[in-house]
Design a protein around this ligand. Sequence first.
Ligand code: 1GP
Length: 235
Amino acid sequence: MNLSTSQRQIAVLIDPDKTDAAKVQQTVATATKAGVDFFLVGGSLLLKNNLDEVIAAIKKSTRKKVYLFPGNPMQISPKADGILLLSLISGRNADLLIGHHVQAAPLLKQAKLQIVPTGYILVDSGTPTTVSYISNTTPVPSGKPEIAACTALAGEQLGLKCIYLEAGSGAQQPVPKEMIKAVRKQLSVPLIVGGGLRSKEQIEQAFQAGANVVVIGTAIEKNPAFLQEIKDIQR
Ligand code: 1GP
């Protein structure tokens, strides 16, 4: 993955539970034509156990890179190009800070994936999201940009290579622009923003506030035609 603070990239999140091999090929082909930069694959549960199959289908439809965005340590596939190795630095759940990483380490080494050490910051979006429930952690209050900024800075000081500000998949409200700005001001590593982005304006606003990557999942699952609007996004 070529993450950089001077770029504005769009990533599409594919949840393998919400698609199948045929459907995903169509989505990915359309997304590639629309100028999407790379794909993330992962979900909270993976009820269908189809991770390898979905990544193989994506790879048939695009030459863009595919990165794992794992909801748990079982979601590792050597078919991907790399992995966002997430440490949930906004929470105080030891398993999500380091425990799962220990369990996954030997498998990850064998898989020879590009590893992107990522500080994952969960932000309150008004109502509980799957990630807040499953992670059993308290999100950063949305009106406290300074907490998010200090958390991101601590992550960078610990050596993490990027920060992901996450409102949660399907969030009612995306991460506020004031929080993106405050985090961007403190950071020198790339900033990924996702969760609840469902309009062209919200995505442009996230870029203007300082996001280097925006991640879109639910809006495309619900309305694949939204990919047409992505073409026109000001970057
Ligand atoms: C979730 O940030 C991603 O981890 C994408 O969220 O599904 O709300 O677009 P949405």
